[in-house]
Design a protein around this ligand. Structure first.
Ligand SMILES: C[S@@+](CC[C@H](N)C(=O)[O-])C[C@H]1O[C@@H](n2cnc3c(N)ncnc32)[C@H](O)[C@@H]1O
Length: 256
């Protein structure tokens, strides 16, 4: 992430002081004693971050830099919404999506795309929680989940599924039990990480929007999918690098 200085100073994300990080002081990849942690998760690192040694702590490459590791982490617990509340918000947002230009464009692309791919599954990654209804981020995640139906219906209409039903799956560790139940009710099977990655094959369309993990790199390492639908690819694909900033009080920040 390239962060303009003003943003970086307001937000600690991506900003580091020159002091050595506490977690890197010794070689302890898994902090079993962390009282706030309650579950294990796979930690994936992108090729860009593996190739970007932090100048404030070069030893970090020795303890943190593996493409895949197991972390002991805190999960935020169940979301705040009931199934009914999610349904009410989702179907409203789905209607907005169905009447939108984005929906028309997506249908147009899928109906005119020159391809002979045979798609039998859609596997989604990182579409976000459906149940976090406070704030307005949920409209994005509801729209993205509604788009899964649009993609499946368009592919069937195009005859790309060989007149079979397209199975839809979604992996996001943020989903809780209510999300799972709601997903099943709209025809999407939730999968725990890494089962989504293991579902991908040459008959799969991968759909992912702003995932926190390097989905493209993981799926292409495992099995090339038949197709991928992605959000706008920005220059963040460029080689990552660190930049040094100095505060008026002399504090040094490193930003990536
Ligand atoms: C920046 S959010 C994007 C959410 C939503 N797609 C949007 O556009 O608002 C990144 C998402 O990636 C999810 N994520 C993190 N690790 C993941 C994994 N291993 N597999 C799938 N999704 C993951 C996070 O839980 C989060 O929902």
């Amino acid at each position: 992430m390239t962060c303009p200085r003003s943003t970086a100073l307001k937000s600690p994300v991506g900003a580091r002081s020159l002091r050595k990080a506490r977690h890197c002081a010794r070689f302890i990849p898994i902090r079993l004693t962390d009282r706030d942690s309650n579950t294990y998760r796979i930690r994936y690192q992108s090729i860009h971050s593996l190739g970007c040694v932090p100048p404030y702590d070069p030893e970090r490459v020795l303890c943190k830099c593996t493409p895949v590791a197991i972390d002991y982490v805190d999960t935020s617990g169940p979301g705040e919404s009931t199934l009914e509340a999610i349904g009410g918000a989702f179907f409203k947002q789905r209607q907005i999506w169905l009447e939108s230009l984005g929906h028309r464009n997506l249908e147009h692309h899928l109906s005119t795309l020159r391809t002979t791919a045979n798609i039998r599954k859609i596997v989604c990654f990182g579409l976000g929680s459906l149940g976090r209804l406070s704030g307005d981020c949920y409209t994005r995640t509801h729209t993205q989940h509604a788009a899964v139906e649009t993609i499946a219906a368009s592919l069937v209409r195009r005859g790309l599924s060989g007149s079979q039903e397209i199975k839809c799956y979604a992996q996001d560790p943020v989903y809780d039990e209510v999300d799972h139940e709601f997903l099943r009710s709209i025809g999407i099977t939730p999968l725990e990480d890494p089962k989504g990655f293991l579902e991908v094959d040459e008959h799969t369309l991968v759909f992912s929007v702003s995932p926190d993990v390097p989905v493209k790199q993981i799926v292409t390492d495992l099995h090339w999918p038949g197709a991928m639908i992605w959000d706008t690819v920005t220059p963040s694909e460029k080689r990552k690098s660190w930049a040094k900033y100095k505060e008026n009080d002399g504090t040094i920040f490193w930003i990536t």
